[in-house]
Write a protein that binds this ligand. Structure first.
Ligand SMILES: Cc1ncc(COP(=O)(O)OP(=O)(O)O)c(N)n1
Ligand SMILES: Cc1nc(C(=O)O)sc1CCOP(=O)(O)O
Ligand SMILES: [Mg+2]
Length: 207
């Protein structure tokens, strides 16, 4: 299984956003250290998800960066991505692992230690743990649980924990101290005036 990068950039495909420009900018700063997770709106078609994934892969490959696909594992496989990420409304982790095969990267969302240990037993290679802080990027999330929520999950598992939700460079040290291996962001890069610089700041905070 490939070693996992510490900085995960999740594509921002809300209306008016330009995910490919954001990915290009982040790659210039992070190169092989970046993991790009292709996440599309639920209303997007599989064809749109596939085409975006192929475009993201074409950007990532020359840098040696990793491309994952959120939710739609058939798109990940068809496009040739390194793996996928599933949560409570997606395929169960054991089924996702069967779909992707033994060597793919498989992320699973875990908000509590019990879910986390179950996901690892089912074959997750990393966990997305959040929301750590309040976020306006995704509606309907439970209340943020801060670094202490990350600590509870990280203490229960032996796979990398990727903290998500309202993550900024300034918040990275506390999340790392709580046991996060890395972080996943949307807004910290996609809404930054200078996305490449924002990426470099996140990487510095993670080092
Ligand atoms: C790294 C990471 N962590 C958590 C999530 C959230 O996944 P999920 O709970 O399935 O919600 P959606 O992203 O599908 O709306 C994630 N995508 N990545
Ligand atoms: C897609 C997603 N999932 C979350 C979770 O907690 O499961 S938080 C989130 C959005 C993260 O965006 P931002 O970095 O802009 O806060
Ligand atoms: Mg999902």
């Amino acid at each position: 299984m490939p070693s996992l990068g510490r900085l995960h950039l999740i594509t921002d495909t809300r209306p008016g956003r330009d995910p490919l420009t954001m990915v290009r900018a982040a790659l210039t700063a992070a190169r092989a250290d970046l993991v790009v997770q292709v996440r599309v709106e639920d209303s997007a078609t599989d064809r749109e998800a596939y085409e975006l994934t192929r475009e993201v892969l074409a950007l990532c490959t020359p840098y040696g960066a990793t491309c994952l696909v959120n939710d739609r594992l058939h798109v990940a496989l068809a496009a040739g991505a390194a793996g996928g990420h599933v949560g409570a409304d997606d395929l169960p982790v054991t089924a996702a692992r069967r779909v992707l095969g033994p060597t793919a990267v498989l992320g699973a969302t875990a908000r509590a230690p019990g879910t986390a240990t179950g996901a690892v037993t089912g074959g997750a290679s990393y966990l997305g743990v959040g929301p750590c802080h309040a976020t306006s990027t995704k509606p309907g999330l439970p209340d943020p649980f801060g670094p202490e929520g990350v600590r509870a999950v990280a203490g229960a598992v032996d796979v990398p924990v990727i903290a998500i939700g309202g993550v900024t460079a300034a918040r990275v040290p506390a999340l790392r101290a709580a046991g996060a291996y890395g972080v996943a962001v949307v807004g910290a890069i996609s809404t930054a005036a200078d996305p490449a610089r924002a990426t470099a700041e996140l990487l510095r905070a993670l080092a």
